[in-house]
Design a protein around this ligand. Structure first.
Ligand code: UFG
Length: 350
């Protein structure tokens, strides 16, 4: 039985990935502080598995802890040893993730995201665990053009959150340079993960207030907000609204499984890959598709552009497709249907 430590495994992408890890036969140790996630998500993972006639409760362990405290991280490795297991790899999701909040509380972001990751890496090294998949973000890129972004494009984040992600990528790069025959590292740059598992138990339920587009759309659909504010209709795009690469969270989760399996089979290396669909959807299109697929009305109004936004952020995903033999299977309609299904079944979240 191979054991995987998943930091932030109770969160949105983390929980969907844990579901697939368990289905793949891995034993999963979730390490989570629950500051932006719910302890209930593990129950939801198990319910989803039960709906598929899988009873894997004993393969899922939940440890509450904070990456800021290296002793907390050690506890997981110690627990594994006690259970006569070894952590084979870490999938590292844990971190603060609000771009806006990061501009208000930069020190907290550097401490949680960067210092927290350094603590994790030190403990991994101590226990000789040198395989890691890291949650990075497309926000590391300097986005100024209409071209698809590829992994060799210039990185120049414009907010503390993006700076944290790029710094962690650099730390991982330095670690690899020091011991290139030992580390297996993947940095996955996510574009816009949205949607929910199709069974409707697992979904996105952040505790920290976000202003991402999809939760706003579902709030309006639920009648909890009157209308969506579209941030600018004068962008240089066909309908004037911002274009993003929305990727179904299950496709992102599958990307992690493919990455992990790839790393574990190959020689030590460091990889940086985009996880996106390569397809752009504007805010107006997204709203229209949501309305059509779910037969609901989403009123909107147009506001000023949001500071820090770009016209067009879409992935060139050819490298991930080539290397991982992975491709997104779900489209924007699936995203709208599954995300709304989860919201309807869980109108108050977990
Ligand atoms: N938007 C609106 N109204 C809203 C919210 C968003 O019009 O109420 C627009 C934005 O201007 C943008 C698009 O919807 O054009 C998507 O915005 P999101 O806030 O949902 O997502 P971002 O692309 O700004 O950022 C997301 C994640 C970041 C990540 C980045 C990577 O939130 O963490 O993708 O590209 F870094």
């Amino acid at each position: 039985m191979q054991s995987i430590l998943v930091t932030g495994g109770a969160g949105f992408i983390g929980s969907h990935t844990c579901l697939l890890l368990l289905k793949q036969g891995y034993e999963v140790f979730i390490f989570d502080s629950f500051i932006n996630s719910s302890e209930k998500s593990t129950e939801k993972i198990l319910l989803t598995l039960q709906a598929e006639n899988l009873e894997l409760r004993e393969k899922l362990h939940l440890i509450k802890g904070d990456l800021k405290d290296a002793k907390d991280i050690e506890k997981v490795f110690q627990l594994c040893l006690k259970l006569k297991r070894m952590i084979l790899a870490v999938i590292h999701f844990a971190g603060l993730k609000s771009v806006h909040e990061s501009t208000l509380e930069p020190l907290s972001y550097w401490e949680n995201n960067v210092s927290g990751t350094i603590n994790l890496l030190k403990v991994m090294k101590k226990y000789n665990c040198k395989n890691i998949v890291f949650s990075s973000s497309a926000t590391v890129y300097r986005t100024t053009s209409k071209n698809l972004l590829n992994e060799n494009d210039i990185c120049k984040p414009i907010n503390p959150y993006g700076n944290n992600k790029l710094t962690i990528e650099n730390i991982l790069g330095d670690l690899f340079k020091k011991d290139p025959l030992e580390w297996r590292i993947a940095c996955l740059r996510y574009f816009n993960p949205v949607g929910a598992n199709e069974l409707g138990y697992l979904g996105e339920d952040p505790k920290v207030k976000t202003n991402n587009i999809f939760p706003q759309i579902t709030k309006v659909a639920l009648g909890r907000m009157n209308r969506i504010k579209i941030f600018g209709s004068d962008w240089p795009t066909p309908d004037g609204t911002g274009i993003r690469d929305y990727i179904h969270v299950m496709d992102v989760a599958e990307g992690h499984i493919s990455t992990l399996n790839y790393l574990l089979q190959k020689q030590p290396q460091i990889l940086t890959l985009n996880l996106g669909t390569g397809i752009g959807t504007s805010v107006r299109e997204f709203i229209k598709i949501f309305e059509k697929v779910n037969n609901v009305e989403i009123p909107f109004c147009v506001e000023e552009r949001r500071p820090g936004d770009n016209a067009f952020v879409v992935a060139d995903n050819s490298l991930a497709k080539l290397i991982l033999n992975w491709a997104p299977k779900r489209n924007i309609e699936d995203i709208c249907r599954d995300g709304w299904n989860w919201q309807l079944k869980n109108p108050n979240g977990y």
